[in-house]
Ligand binder design. Sequence first.
Ligand SMILES: Nc1nc2c(ncn2[C@@H]2O[C@H](COP(=O)(O)OP(=O)(O)OP(=O)(O)O)[C@@H](O)[C@H]2O)c(=O)[nH]1
Length: 323
Amino acid sequence: MTNNAKVNDQWHWLVDMVQTIEVGLVVLDKDFNIQLWNGFMENHSGITFDTLHNKNLFEQFDSLPKVWLRQKMESVLLLKNRSFISWEQRPFVFQFKNYRPISCRADFMYQNVTLLPLTSHAGDITHISMIVYDVTDVAMNRQQLKTANDNLERLSQIDDLSQLYNRRHWQICMQKEFDRHHRYGHPTSLVMLDIDYFKNINDNYGHYAGDKVIQTISHTISQSLRGTDFAGRYGGEEFAIVLPETSIKNALFLAERLRQKIAQTTFIFSGSAIQITISIGLCEININSQSSEQWIENADIALYEAKRKGRNCCIQYQRPKAN
Ligand SMILES: Nc1nc2c(ncn2[C@@H]2O[C@H](COP(=O)(O)OP(=O)(O)OP(=O)(O)O)[C@@H](O)[C@H]2O)c(=O)[nH]1
């Protein structure tokens, strides 16, 4: 076999491979006219190379991010450097349908794209190539993993019965709010509330009825708060709420409204209608709250006082009088 014949064979093999490879290959001249459009690009665009040959890429594909992509290509030609476009930066460059709708739920093909300057025999950069990789599987797996992780994170923060923050997560958020107060000094209040005589509900109507009461009261709490407030289940039938940007006066207003709403709710268990009440202790962060633990303790002292005063009431923490 002569050298020429060998080169010819190799050339044919290369052309075959370029046509059948599962990667998109495009070559453009400096004016972005299409000079090569391989089988992958034909299959996914539904347009043959013959139709596109010598036509301007941007005029043929309206959906391309024209200004952004042109700029990228111009800098590749100018700087003689390759450039990489990741699906994380831009999910796709060519708007191709996802062709594996059964195994993969993406609507379109996610792509990584490499832009490569091409050199002529004379050593000048005369063309630019685009190499388009279908990374739909990778992107979908990554997104499913992220969704699963987000769900797991959420589950680790939420108390199952009440759907409020669990104690651990609530404490983390409360500490952040406490620190924010120390930096900016905005009024911030803490509400601790406890269901009155809850043991009797369990004893008289069963644990299931007790659980229903916790769920209903938790729901009422969630419904009564602003987006920036956050509530947690602090113990069995004890709840804690942080109210950022809220003075004790406004916190008392909210607490009183919440207390009344719950007192007016009728629970039906074993055919009997029962009323349930809550006791509430409140404390605004002040110079007396040296630490977040102290802040909680002060609200707890106020809650204890509410219980002592007969329950079904709101009590604000009072600093002990100096002797
Ligand atoms: N159903 C149910 N009961 C719970 C749960 N967690 C704690 N409890 C019950 O809550 C009751 C709390 O009772 P106590 O601490 O004596 O308080 P109380 O009866 O509410 O009395 P006061 O707080 O003084 O008004 C106990 O009987 C616990 O078993 C829960 O998740 N579900």
